[in-house]
Every structure is written in C-alpha cells, then in structure tokens.
Design a protein around this ligand. Structure first.
Ligand SMILES: Nc1nc2c(ncn2[C@@H]2O[C@H](COP(=O)(O)OP(=O)(O)OP(=O)(O)O)[C@@H](O)[C@H]2O)c(=O)[nH]1
Ligand SMILES: [Mg+2]
Ligand SMILES: [Zn+2]
Length: 301
C-alpha cells in the first residue's frame, strides 16, 4: 500500500498526494465511513492507487484508488476542518470586513487546545491610515501571539508571513472576504486561487473558497486555504480548563488568593490585578465571555 496526504476532499472523492509528488483520486473504503471517521484535508492515509494512471478527470473518477486506512492524527480542527497542522494563521482584515477580535480568540483557543502554534495576521493594511492602524495596534498590546500586519495588494508584510510559514504545515482561517486566498496568491507566484469581491452593501465576503485545499509552498512547507466563516462554537471544554488555553495567564498560575480561582469575581485575583498591563483587557473580556458560554452549556447537559 502507498502512503499519502489528503489535499482535497469533495463529493466523496479525496485527492491523495504522495511524497514523490504524484496525486491520486481516491474513495474511502466502506469501513472507514462506518467507523464515522470522516476523512479530512491533512489526513495521512494508506491507499491502493488506481491500476492505471488516469489521463483525465472523468477517467480518474471511474478508475479511482481506495483509501484503506487512516494514520492516527496528531491534531485536528472542526472548523476549519483540517488535520495534522503545525500552525494556525488567523487572518482578519482591518477593514471590509471589519475585524472581529472575539472570533480570533475563539480560533486561538482551539489552536492552543490542539497544541498548534498560532499567529494573527491583520490584512488589508492598505485600506487604513497610519494613525488608525496605530490605534488598532494599541488595542492589541500586549497580545500573546505574534501579530503580523499585511496587505495582499501592496505586498506589505508578505516577507515576514512567508518566513513564519516556511517549513511548517499551516492553516489559514478567518471570516470570508478577509483575503486568505489573495494572500496565498501574492505569496506564491503561479497560484491562481479564486478570490471574490466583498459585497458593497454589507461589506461581507461572498464565501468564494468552497473547500479546504492543502497547497505545497515552493519556499518549503504547506498551507491549507479554507472557506471563511463568522461563527464558531468553542470545542467541548470544561470551564475550569479554559484558563489553560490563555497562554498569557500562565505567568500568574498559582498566584491568585484562591487556589481554584476562576479569575472572574474572586478577590485578590492575580490575573485581574494585571489587567491593562500584562493582561490585555480585550483578551480578558473574551475569557469571561467564553467562561459564561461554557458554563451555560454545562447547565444544559
Ligand atoms: N484592499 C485590499 N483588498 C484585499 C486584500 N486582500 C484581499 N483583498 C480583496 O478582498 C476580497 C476577498 O479576498 P479573498 O482572498 O477572496 O478572501 P478570502 O478570505 O479568501 O474569502 P473566502 O474564500 O470567502 O473565505 C477580494 O476582492 C480581494 O481582492 C488586501 O490586502 N487589500
Ligand atoms: Mg478564499
Ligand atoms: Zn484569579
């Protein structure tokens, strides 16, 4: 059997890419579906290739290979649906659509939970004036992840972004229309990912990218481009474990007056004592909001 990585999944067919650079169209064996292990982009699999290399997409669909086995995942995300990534790049635009820091924090919590590195990329820098950008950067200071300012149009920040992506498998995630596909097109000449104008009236993206796709980068590493979304449920988490997924809280672990402090209303809470200096009030606000969300969810069960 051969080994490969799923780079695309659509309509029950999977494109499997091998280390030798071939790709094969495959279907999953029945037992894989029955075990409810829905395969996703990034999955490493063992497969039997089709007998003959196919000459056209139609021929391939008839003469396809079969995925026999899923190799255990290192990690995975539900939204975007992707497995085995080293790094999550949260992409948010500074304008059109305007930024949603809470969605960014939701994604960052998932990355932390799955043991992925993470960064925040603020795109469309060409649409904001310097003083506006300065105010926004102030809001994000301090921030526990690397923040990159970019523009797919002017090229700003693309070198730093390439440097951060090089040699790793990353996933781009964020709302529709922020420029995930455009950034990739600008980073790698020759890529022709479809991009779509943001709607005039409501300044939202039009969900141009429809499926996740893993793309090898010619400067080393790979990126999964994914469809945008604006709502994200937190993963199954006990509220008392949420603080562990806010890396900026770690320095204060064990320093609160109460050992089981949840950093909400307890007196002499070390986290709250550092609000505004080491702890960003925006991030702390997200923490409180997520705590509330997780506690309410627990009450329902
Ligand atoms: N001004 C400006 N426009 C940009 C930039 N990056 C992307 N755009 C535009 O924003 C629109 C959306 O870009 P896409 O790359 O399709 O966005 P996406 O994040 O891939 O969106 P989905 O695939 O729907 O999730 C397009 O009209 C792009 O030309 C940028 O840096 N500056
Ligand atoms: Mg896209
Ligand atoms: Zn506390």
């Amino acid at each position: 059997m051969n080994q490969g990585t799923i780079i695309r999944a659509a309509g029950g067919f999977f494109t499997v890419y091998t280390v030798t650079g071939e790709s094969y169209l495959c279907r999953a064996r029945g037992n894989l579906k029955r075990d409810n292990q829905s395969l996703m982009v990034g999955d490493r699999v063992l497969f039997v290739p089709p007998l003959k290399p196919a000459l056209s997409a139609v021929a391939e669909a008839i003469d396809h290979g079969t995925i026999e086995e899923l190799i255990p995942r290192k990690n995975s995300l539900n939204r975007p649906n992707v497995a085995n990534v080293d790094q999550l790049a949260v992409v948010i635009s500074l304008k059109q659509p305007s930024y949603d820091w809470q969605l960014a924090s939701r994604l960052l919590v998932q990355a932390e939970k799955e043991g992925m590195e993470a960064l925040l990329c603020l795109n469309k820098a060409d649409l904001v004036e310097d003083d506006e950008l300065y105010e926004i950067e102030k809001q994000l200071n301090p921030f526990p992840y690397r923040v990159l300012i970019s523009s797919a149009h002017s090229g700003r920040g693309l070198d730093s972004l390439a440097e951060r992506l090089s040699g790793k498998c990353s996933v781009f995630a964020g709302p529709s229309g922020v420029g995930k596909s455009s950034l990739l097109n600008s980073l790698q000449p020759g890529l022709t990912l479809k991009t779509g104008a943001v709607s005039d009236k409501i300044k939202r993206g039009r969900h141009t990218t429809r499926q996740a796709e893993l793309l090898p980068l010619n400067f080393g590493g790979s990126v999964v481009d994914t469809p945008g979304f604006s709502r994200l449920e937190l993963a199954d988490l006990k509220p008392e474990n949420l603080a562990l997924l806010f890396p900026e809280f770690e320095a204060y672990s064990g320093r609160c007056a109460f050992r089981d402090c949840q950093h909400l209303t307890e007196p002499r809470c070390a986290i709250r004592q550092h609000l505004g200096d080491q702890i960003n009030p925006l991030r702390y606000g997200h923490y409180c909001y997520f705590m509330d969300e997780l506690s309410k969810r627990q009450e329902v069960y």
